[in-house]
Design a protein around this ligand. Structure first.
Ligand SMILES: Cc1ncc(C[n+]2csc(CCOP(=O)(O)OP(=O)(O)O)c2C)c(N)n1
Ligand SMILES: [Mg+2]
Length: 567
């Protein structure tokens, strides 16, 4: 019988799972690379392991399939951790893979020996250390099962060198079809609770729907719109859920945080795939009415009732539950749609007036450029084929509510939801462009965030991934400096150089670069960057004095925290 080694088994098992690309940085991976090449799996070699995991996360978000990052033992897997932590907070199914010094020397101090499981315990759903070549297919299968089941998330597969090098008879390591070792079936909600939820929502005077990233992971946008239209209920989103419903949809009530009116006024709220964490004020305070009846739908039962009381909790997949809710509501309404109410009109007008206000505030012709004007210009340049990737502090807060998302996933925050990890913008963009070469990919980020992973412009060049990176260069870690100013701290450690030219940095790698100081020049620069066909970086000088809503929110949260401690 033919012999096969562990490295070859990895390429074959990844192929068996439909993997088309892996993001990587080399080390003890050459045996795995050989088999990936043989199996037609594209290898994108990055400049940092964190970026490899970030790119895999962007890829997973654009495809809703697993993204794969493979790195070397010891320093490689240590460097990958922040990227995996970001995937963890984004509930992204990322298969992190690393090599390991030979297991026969475990504990003896081999060069680069490292216990990855310990480091990854709090940022992965599952970790596997595979010490037997014949079990490679089983470990890979288990990794995909954990990453893709229930609430999705990253896993870590750790392969020691002896597992990779040793050979077994092919028959000892059979590779089974994915359906035989994992299911992607969608759990439906309890039918009795579905009926109650539909009744509650239809009886409400001011019903609202709140979505978060769970809607996108469940690929439930169509079902959401169908249901919202039947019951005629406005849909607001937490940032992670932006693009779950197009911003121009007549029932889109916009982002929470800008639109407390709608959500805070709701008497019944259906929360779909939502985590009531700090960005939602833990489900309390001025974001929600104290008497609101909350229906929480989540694939993770541990999120149902977390941080605030609920009226009904439905454990299930958002897409499956929305189909059930639409059927139940359709029966109650006798096949008709619920007519418009003052409440629906109010929600629509509020969303529109917030949008108008934001755009009006973003029309300054001053120099240095108002970051909101920059955001407006970039959002106007984007079209219905654009992915907008956000990174950075204040600039992210300025631009997010302005961007008109069109298709599911078209808005991506690279900072891992409530983790707020800066610097993933460029690698996220590379992952998305790899998944969707036909789309425009724009990354907008702060100058501080840019330089955390700017070396990946080189990756974009070598692999011909055209991403357009816009740096809001206020020459500071703006969000932190503003916090220092608002809270009367010392003005230290938050200034950045005015002399660094990010466009020239990009040009030194062969990318397109432009320096922009005039707001009237932004659109032209964007167009030239796009027409260059190259990865591009625009260094746009922005006004360091403009505060964002997040800066003010920071002050509010601080006083809330102090109040809590006084009680
Ligand atoms: C990896 C990481 N390090 C530090 C922070 C703390 N932090 C939050 S906002 C911010 C400033 C961001 O500056 P920049 O990217 O220039 O965007 P700006 O706020 O200036 O628009 C920092 C340092 C973080 N969130 N993530
Ligand atoms: Mg900055």
């Amino acid at each position: 019988m033919a012999k096969i080694n562990g490295g070859t088994l990895i390429g074959k098992t990844l192929k068996n799972e439909g993997v088309k690309v892996a993001f990587t940085l080399c080390g003890g991976l050459s045996g795995i690379y050989d088999s990936c090449v043989d199996e037609g799996i594209e290898l994108i070699d990055m400049r940092h392991e964190q970026a490899a995991a970030n790119a895999a996360t962007g890829y997973a978000m654009a495809t809703r399939r697993p993204g794969v990052a493979m790195v070397t033992e010891g320093p490689g897997v240590i460097n990958m951790a922040p990227g995996i932590a970001t995937a963890w907070h984004a509930s992204a199914p990322v298969i992190g893979m690393c090599t390991h010094t030979a297991s026969c020397f475990d504990g003896m101090g081999a060069v680069q020996e490292f216990d990855s499981a310990d480091l990854y315990r709090s940022i992965t759903k599952w970790r596997g250390y595979c010490t037997s070549t014949s079990r490679v297919p089983e470990f890979v299968a288990t990794a995909f099962r954990h990453a893709m089941s229930a609430r999705k998330g990253p896993v870590l597969l750790d392969f020691p060198d002896d597992t990779l090098m040793l050979e077994v008879d092919e028959g000892q390591a059979p590779i089974h079809a994915p359906y035989s070792y994992r299911t992607e079936a969608r759990p439906y909600g309890d039918p009795a609770l579905i009926r109650q939820a539909a009744q509650l929502l239809l009886k409400a005077e001011k019903p609202g729907i709140l979505i978060a990233s769970g809607i996108l992971w469940a690929e439930a946008s169509e079902e959401l719109m169908r249901f919202a239209e039947i019951v005629n209920v406005p849909v607001c989103y937490a940032i992670g859920g932006k693009s779950g419903i197009p911003d121009d949809h007549p029932l889109c009530g916009g982002p929470v945080g800008y639109n407390w009116g709608t959500i805070a006024g709701a008497d019944v709220l259906l929360a779909l795939g939502v985590k009531f964490e700090e960005v939602l004020n833990y489900g309390k305070g001025d974001f929600f009415s104290p008497d609101v009846k909350l229906i929480s739908v989540n694939i993770d039962p541990a999120e149902i009732g977390r941080n605030r009381p609920i009226t009904l909790g439905i454990w299930g997949d958002a897409r499956a539950v929305l189909t059930q809710l639409a059927d139940a509501a359709g029966r109650i309404l006798g096949g008709k749609k619920r007519p418009d109410t003052d409440w629906v009109r109010y929600a629509r007008d509020t969303a529109r007036s917030i949008r108008d206000t934001l755009y009006a505030e973003a029309s300054s012709d001053m120099k240095p450029i108002d970051p909101r004007r920059l955001g407006r210009e970039v959002c106007e340049f984007a079209d219905e084929d654009t992915y907008m990737v956000m990174d950075g502090g204040d600039i992210q807060a300025h631009v997010t509510p302005m961007f008109r998302a069109t298709f599911p996933g078209s808005f991506v925050s690279a900072t891992g939801g409530s983790l707020g990890h800066l610097g993933g913008g460029i690698p996220f963009g590379i992952g998305i462009k790899t998944a969707r070469p036909d789309k425009k990919v724009i990354v907008i980020e702060g100058d501080g965030s840019f330089l955390l992973n700017a070396s990946e412009i080189d990756t974009a060049m070598r692999h011909h991934k055209q991403i357009i990176v816009i740096v809001s260069n206020d020459c500071q870690w703006g969000m932190v400096r503003h916090d220092q100013q608002l809270n009367k701290h010392k003005d230290v450690c938050s200034k950045l150089s005015e002399d660094v030219r990010y466009d020239r940095y990009a040009e030194s790698m062969g990318a397109y670069g432009e320096f922009v100081t005039d707001p009237g020049e932004i659109k032209g620069a964007l167009r030239r960057a796009y027409d260059s066909g190259l990865p591009a970086v625009l260094d746009v000088r922005t006004d360091p004095s403009v505060l964002s809503f997040a800066d003010y929110r920071g002050v509010e949260l601080r006083s809330y925290l102090l109040q809590l401690h006084k009680q």
